[in-house]
Design a protein around this ligand. Structure first.
Ligand SMILES: [Zn+2]
Length: 151
């Protein structure tokens, strides 16, 4: 009950305060907030809402696409995550993909396919096409976030 109430409140609050840009899906909101927190720990003053960046989970027609940072003709940005992947992903995988897309949408970073000596991807901003191994998990998270929020 409490959970539903909180979820309801989050939806009401976010739909009332949103004056421009896109809505943020309630399932993405906690990841957006973690992104802001982790950025602030590394000297960034991040306010995703103020930038009008939205978030949406829907089925993406292209089966190989997990997520995208989309920009509308008006210049509004949103993180778009494929529903099928989202449902299959664990928390760490969800964080990885949301942070990758916010890396594009918010930090305006391009792809970075740098690898280490073990062919492990050095950046969350890897393209997924280079063949490097993704090693994002609880033990490597800090280093990846330091790289993501580098100045
Ligand atoms: Zn990308």
């Amino acid at each position: 009950m409490i959970k539903w109430l909180i979820l309801f409140m989050v939806i009401v609050i976010s739909s009332c305060t949103k004056e421009y840009g896109y809505e943020v899906d309630a399932e993405l909101q906690p990841y957006f907030e973690t992104f802001e927190l982790e950025g602030s720990l590394r000297g960034f003053d991040i306010d995703i809402d103020a930038e009008g960046i939205g978030g949406m989970i829907e089925f993406i027609k292209d089966n190989s696409t997990v997520g995208q940072c989309q920009t509308s003709d008006e210049g509004n940005r949103r993180v778009f995550i494929d529903k099928a992947f989202w449902q299959a992903y664990n928390n760490s995988e969800k964080e990885f993909i949301v942070f990758h897309e916010l890396g594009h949408c918010y930090l305006r970073r391009e792809h970075d396919d740098s690898i280490d000596n073990n062919r492990v991807c050095k950046s969350i901003m890897q393209s997924g096409l280079s063949g490097c191994k993704n090693n994002y998990d609880a033990s490597t998270r800090e280093a990846y976030l330091d790289e993501l929020f580098k100045k």
